[in-house]
Design a protein around this ligand. Structure first.
Ligand code: MLT
Length: 229
């Protein structure tokens, strides 16, 4: 599913939704939970952080890639790793990623978080689950995004031997991934959000988010909070 705007076209009931926002929301979530954060609560709107803030949660988030004024941290995986080491609970809102998660949660049997940072763990879990899967790409404001599509393609590439691919978008993502996997980071420099992040001096984030298997955790949504599976 190539954007949260298209979720209503898919039947998520009984399925595992793998939500991804490679730059950078789901990479931050994997890095945070993988570094010891107790929980990360994803919310779509800025105002929704308030009740959690009152309970002592760290507030994290961005709009247009930039930290939201008055929030504790922005949307860099390095910031998430730093606060996670203190074992913190986090409430997080982002332009696209947290929207895709909350929308997927309405119908899906299970919502899990995928990124290159935990790709092998996600693949292993999906293989063992034997369930139908929808990969939800967060995109950018309802539009297609290259980095999420490449991650979807990488997942399909590794699942192809055990899963039936029933969607042209999944098949096309796999073909794109296979065509450019020799120089994923180089290819990614052309992506619109990669250019946006470069303008925001977040090149280090971009490179880190394209790294595979830094963590062996899968954040899973339980009662509205992402926790370690
Ligand atoms: C999002 O949710 O749209 C992103 O994570 C944006 C960002 O790179 O901060």
């Amino acid at each position: 599913c190539h954007s949260p705007e298209l979720i209503h076209l898919f039947d998520l009931s009984g399925k595992i939704a793998v939500v991804t926002d490679i730059l950078r929301a789901t990479s931050c979530m994997v890095a945070g939970i993988g570094s010891g954060a107790e929980q990360i609560v994803p919310v779509a709107q800025k105002e929704e952080v308030n009740p959690y803030k009152e309970k002592g949660f760290v507030t994290a988030g961005e709009r247009g890639g930039e930290k939201i004024e008055g929030f504790d941290i922005g949307n860099s995986p390095f910031e998430h790793m730093e606060i996670a080491q203190k074992g913190k609970s986090v409430v997080m809102t982002t332009t696209n990623g947290t929207v895709a998660i909350t929308k997927s949660a309405v119908e899906a049997k299970q919502v899990i978080i995928g990124a290159f940072l935990n790709i092998s763990s996600v693949v292993q879990y999906l293989k063992e689950s034997g369930k139908d899967i929808v990969i939800v790409c967060s995109g950018w404001k309802g539009m297609f995004s290259m980095e999420d599509t490449l991650f979807a393609g990488a997942l399909v590439d590794r699942l192809e031997s055990v899963a039936e691919i029933v969607d042209d978008a999944a098949l096309s993502s796999m073909s794109l991934y296979r065509a450019v996997s020799g120089d994923l980071l180089g290819y990614m420099q052309n992506a619109s959000h990669a250019k946006r992040l470069s303008g925001l001096k977040a090149v280090k984030d971009l490179e880190y988010c394209m790294t595979k298997d830094e963590f062996d955790v899968i954040p899973v949504l339980k009662d509205g909070a992402l926790v370690k599976m």
